[in-house]
Design a protein around this ligand. Structure first.
Ligand SMILES: C[S@@+](CC[C@H](N)C(=O)[O-])C[C@H]1O[C@@H](n2cnc3c(N)ncnc32)[C@H](O)[C@@H]1O
Length: 213
């Protein structure tokens, strides 16, 4: 593990151009869940709700959300989301609300703004052509004292087409730097079995904290 307060490691913005036109459709993501092609999935989950927080998530795959409740042995109810296509799956304990919808249909009008945002596997999964729209959405969801933790990854983009997409430090600054103070908290060696299978010889997971200026 490495730490630094500004730039976090090797940065190749020219390399990012290699993935610029890559697009995954909604159907392709749904297919990944249907066929269990979900190497990114962490069955343990992150213990946010267990720490007393009210947790809200957004995911396009209904089966992914239902599996989550089954894995965590939580019962849930379903309701429509006023004004958009999709549904809300809510734990009966009331502290976990998972919106099954396209993230680009999600707005602060639905839930209000957030005190904290945990972006793991989201920016790196968004099609590169949609990143501006995505960062604007995240900024619009941040309350004035919100802390947003963002995980990106660095690898040789000539060796893997993504997702996860290669998001260099310069891109994080481009997307969020005007509105946010950005701190790079850590850079972790993530060269495990999966990235090795893709033919990569390095894979860094980089954790940033974003706060509104
Ligand atoms: C790399 S995975 C990360 C999932 C989860 N955040 C995690 O850390 O395991 C990206 C997820 O985004 C979902 N997804 C892709 N496009 C989406 C969209 N437009 N709206 C909402 N969810 C989407 C996929 O179904 C997939 O589960």
């Amino acid at each position: 593990m490495e730490s630094s307060s500004d730039a976090c490691g090797k940065d190749d913005s020219a390399g990012a151009k290699l993935q610029e036109s890559r697009v995954l459709t909604e159907e392709e993501w749904l297919q990944k869940w249907e066929t269990k092609n979900i190497g990114f999935h962490n069955e343990q989950g992150h213990p946010l709700a267990d720490m007393g927080h009210q947790v809200i998530g957004v995911e396009i795959s209904e089966s992914a959300l239902k599996e989550f409740f089954t894995e965590q042995k939580l019962s849930f109810s379903e309701e429509a989301i006023p004004g958009i296509t999709g549904k809300l799956l809510k734990s009966t304990t009331g502290n976990i609300s998972l919106y099954c919808c396209n993230i680009f249909d999600f707005t602060s009008a639905i839930t209000g703004k957030f005190d904290a945002i945990w972006d793991r596997g989201s920016l790196v999964a968004v099609n590169p052509c949609d990143r501006e729209r995505y960062s604007q959405l995240i900024l619009s969801l941040m309350g004035s004292r919100c802390h947003c933790l963002l995980v990106t990854c660095l690898y040789d983009p000539s060796k893997h087409k993504g997702p996860p997409f290669y998001v260099p430090d310069s891109e994080v600054k481009h997307l969020f730097g005007k509105s946010c103070d950005i701190t790079c908290l850590e850079k972790v060696d993530g060269l495990l079995e999966r990235p090795k299978k893709w033919g990569l010889d390095y894979f860094w997971e980089v954790l940033y904290m974003l706060v509104l200026k």
